[in-house]
Design a protein. Structure first.
Lengths: 357, 305
């Protein structure tokens, strides 16, 4: 427990510092920092309505963060979760329209279609790295742009519902396939799916042989190869699992929020997921609270816009500052605070003594 | 397709190569400088978006397009310097920092650029090189961004400097053999920070091309991954500034296929043609990378990764 707290101290401090810097930043636009902090809190966690909004956003964030965190444990920096998400959503909508599915089994199949699409897409980036040594960070982001292009082409062309005039969309999912709210709230079952996925990923990495092997591959590839682990296959597996998580995020967004695949699906959850995963230090369990926190900031964004007239991108600025500070705070890891304090205490009384003759 | 249409299409692609390729050229030159010193700056995508906004804002507020260009360069250098300094801290990974700066640069640009979406800023005056032709399509294609010849000169200058100047050799030494630089008493982090900042300065010119020439206005979709494609392009250009020019034109041409087809009335598959540059980049990466082996011409610092 103490070790856990110590581990969380640096990122938490960095996020607090980011909130402070963000307050300074918005004060240039004439907004009062204190008011901004209050609204951020109120819009995120202030009442039941904000909580619903927050948790609705946290669900896809958990899943897209896993798309970064699981491959990261195998030593890969994958940042193309947005591509897996949109293709997952598209596959879910297409399957729901193509086959006469219904009920819970139908919903599961629709989500599975999203998972398969996402898994294949991210595994492609992993395969390119294994096969040709192509840098997976660049290739996964390029693949995300390709995925978005394909998505737009299919949604505005072959898969378009002719009755969607202003906003090209696919055919809407049948009512029985949609994912509803939990106990009548706006929080849909996707949140449960996200939490379960994070727990499952943590258990898998911690307690199973294949999960442990993935961590060995990520920790020291040469050692893994020396003891005969199938490194290539494990890397592909980690990529596919991560992609599947992001694909499910897309499927859930379609089945629970948008009802059909359209441009609203391209909302940047894939990119925010990168940030969540890095702040959670690629630990699936830590992803859950971090996703809730950043889901909250996202939910508070529209309140900032309405109350203070700040641009909607102010949340992006906060995210960017937090990301930079969390990465920078790594430099302080293992810094000996006690020794520094002692040095300070010893040097401060000594300094005036040296000046007085 | 009639002969006129074919000429219009070809001219559209050629002109597009020069127009669309300009940001690629500057970002890839910037990344080239950075990587020669042994660092990767994935944040150049953020630099590109932020400097595009800064260029437009600077030109709009001051009324002078060249002040806009200057502001873009400074904004790019500032963000890149942050990258350089952060990466010099212990245990800070340059790829992760690049991703963070990509998000930060875009966030800052969207936030500060909100009031700039409506207005019109003064634009760079094109060099009219097509007056010899009677075809309006050719004339339109050869209206050249004045920054493009500047970029070509810069590439030539960099190529010369990397081989002959003291600063160029220092940058290469920091990238190829940090120990040698240290042995000669130079600070490797300082050289790398300076090279990253210079890279951001040059990449800022690419941002200026986006909002001050083509497409010529500021909106949140002004760049969709050009900065990142340019990073991949440096691998394709084997870290040579001269080859960056050719690569940028090739990618500009690939990116111009969609709009060129649309201009002659072929609207089908617009989004498909727009993904051609990304697919081309992936193909080139597949062809130019070899597993377990460093790409030809790579700075030595990348071999330890």
């Amino acid at each position: 427990m103490r070790a856990l707290l110590k581990e969380a101290l640096l990122p938490a401090g960095a996020i607090l510092a980011a909130l402070g810097l963000f307050g300074l930043f918005v004060s240039f636009a004439g907004a009062s920092p204190v008011e901004v902090w209050l609204i951020l809190f109120k819009g995120a966690f202030g009442d039941w309505f904000s909580w619903q909004n927050t948790l609705q956003r946290a669900a896809p964030l958990m899943l897209t963060a896993l798309c970064v965190a699981i491959p990261a444990r195998a030593g890969l920096t994958i940042i193309g979760g947005e591509g897996a998400l949109v293709l997952g959503g598209l596959a879910a909508a297409a399957l729901g329209h193509a086959l006469p599915l219904s009920g819970l089994a139908g919903s599961v199949l629709v989500c599975a279609a999203g998972a398969v699409a996402g898994a294949l897409w991210i595994a492609l980036a992993g395969w390119l790295r294994q096969w040709r040594g192509v840098n997976e960070t660049i290739s996964s982001l390029l693949l995300a742009y390709v995925a978005i292009g394909l998505f737009k082409h299919l949604v505005e062309g072959p898969l378009r519902d002719p009755s969607s005039l202003n906003k090209p969309s696919t055919h809407a999912l049948a009512d029985s396939l949609r994912i509803g709210g939990i106990a009548g709230s706006d929080i849909h079952w996707g949140l449960v799916l996200g939490v379960v996925a994070c727990l499952a990923a943590a258990l898998w990495l911690r307690w199973t042989v294949s999960g442990f092997s993935v961590r060995v591959v990520g920790g020291n590839l040469r050692a893994a190869q020396l003891v005969g682990l199938p490194a290539a296959r494990l890397i592909l597996l980690a990529c596919a699992l991560g992609g599947a998580a992001a694909g499910i995020a897309g499927a859930v967004e379609v089945a629970a929020v948008h009802t059909s695949a359209n441009a609203s699906l391209i909302a940047g959850y894939g990119y925010a997921g990168i940030l969540v995963a890095f702040i959670a230090r690629q630990q699936p369990l830590a992803v859950i609270p971090v996703a809730v926190l950043f889901g909250g900031f996202g939910a508070a964004g529209s309140l900032l816009q309405r109350r203070l007239g700040l641009p909607d991108a102010s949340v992006l600025v906060l995210q960017g500052i937090a990301f930079v500070l969390v990465l920078g705070s790594e430099a302080l890891r293992g810094y000996d605070w006690k020794a520094a304090l002692l040095r300070l205490r010893h040097s401060s009384p000594a300094a005036p003594a040296a000046v007085t003759p | 397709m009639s002969a006129d249409q074919a000429i219009a299409l070809l001219a559209g692609i050629l002109g597009g190569a020069l127009r669309v390729g300009a940001p690629f050229l500057f970002v890839s030159l910037g990344e080239c400088i950075t990587e020669k010193a042994g660092r990767i700056n994935l944040g150049l995508e953020g630099v590109l978006v932020l400097s595009a906004m800064a260029a437009f804002g600077g030109a709009y507020v001051s009324g002078s397009v060249w002040i806009g260009v200057l502001v873009a360069m400074l904004a790019g250098a500032a963000l890149a310097t942050l990258h350089g300094v952060l990466c010099s801290l212990p245990r800070v990974n340059d790829v992760a920092t690049g991703i963070a700066l990509m998000l930060l640069g875009m966030g800052l640009a969207f936030y500060l650029g909100k009031p700039l979406i409506q207005p019109q800023a003064p634009q760079l005056v094109p060099l009219e090189l097509g007056n010899w032709s009677s075809s309006p399509a050719v004339k339109a294609a050869l209206q050249i961004n004045p920054l493009v010849p500047l970029g070509a000169l810069l590439a030539l200058g960099l190529w010369w400097a990397f081989a002959n100047s003291r600063a160029g050799l220092l940058v290469r030494m920091a990238g190829d053999s940090a120990d040698a630089a240290r042995a000669l008493g130079y600070s490797v982090p300082a050289i790398r920070i300076a090279a990253t900042a210079a890279g951001g300065l040059v990449a800022g010119l690419g941002g200026a091309c986006l909002t001050l020439f083509y497409p010529g206005s500021w909106n949140e979709g002004v760049s969709s991954g050009q900065g990142l494609i340019a990073v991949a392009l440096v691998i394709f250009a084997r870290w040579s500034p001269l080859r960056c020019v050719g690569a940028a034109l090739l990618f500009g041409g690939a990116g111009a296929i969609g709009p060129a087809l649309q201009s002659i009335g072929i609207g089908w598959g617009y989004h498909l043609f727009n993904i051609v540059p990304y697919v081309l980049t992936l193909l080139i990466l597949v062809l130019s990378c070899k597993p377990g082996q460093l790409a030809a011409g790579a700075p030595g610092a990348f071999s330890t990764r």
